[in-house]
Write a protein that binds this ligand. Structure first.
Ligand SMILES: [Fe+2]
Length: 167
């Protein structure tokens, strides 16, 4: 979905943005392994205080999964653009050097959450940022086109895993 948006915007690095859309929650995988006990505390705070998952992470851990993810990306020597997307996809407005790319991944992430695909522990607990949607410059029908296209791709993937008849 992020790659579709990037292609509509005519960005040459759409493959890198696609990779960025696959990796942003990598920090969450690490946190889940090493601070498992903290996850419950974070989720309770999200529910009882009605705050974002990231804010609860900061309260409990002092850092968030986007920071962890970008450190991993740096240690793995991933391209700087990818490091930047992973660091700022929840806060594109703070991104220096990858605002548009982080905005694209942010919007793809929000759409995933709305259609309940890739819904992680943090569920729908992120605010929408009008500056981000505005920066991408896709109109409603273009975004709907991306969502419809994604639905068709998902059907093909499901058919592939089901071993059914597909073309
Ligand atoms: Fe995330």
């Amino acid at each position: 979905m992020a790659q579709d948006q990037a292609q509509i915007k005519g960005l040459r690095q759409s493959s890198l943005i696609f990779t960025g859309a696959l990796l942003p929650d990598i920090g969450k995988v690490v946190l889940d392994q090493f601070v498992k006990s903290a996850i419950d505390q974070i989720l309770i705070r999200v529910k009882t205080q009605n705050i974002t998952f990231r804010k609860a992470e900061h309260q409990v851990l002092g850092f968030d999964h986007a920071q962890v993810g970008s450190l991993l990306a740096k240690n793995w020597h991933l391209p700087p653009l990818l490091q930047c997307i992973i660091r700022y996809y929840h806060t594109p407005s703070d991104a220096k050097g990858c605002f548009l790319e982080a905005s694209i991944v942010n919007l793809a992430d929000a759409v995933y959450r709305k259609i309940a695909v890739g819904l992680g522990l943090d569920g729908p607990s992120y605010p929408e940022d009008d500056r981000v949607t505005g920066s991408i410059g896709l109109n409603e029908s273009e975004i709907q086109g991306v969502i419809d296209g994604f639905g068709m791709k998902m059907e093909r993937v499901n058919a592939l895993f089901a071993g059914g008849n597909h073309r």
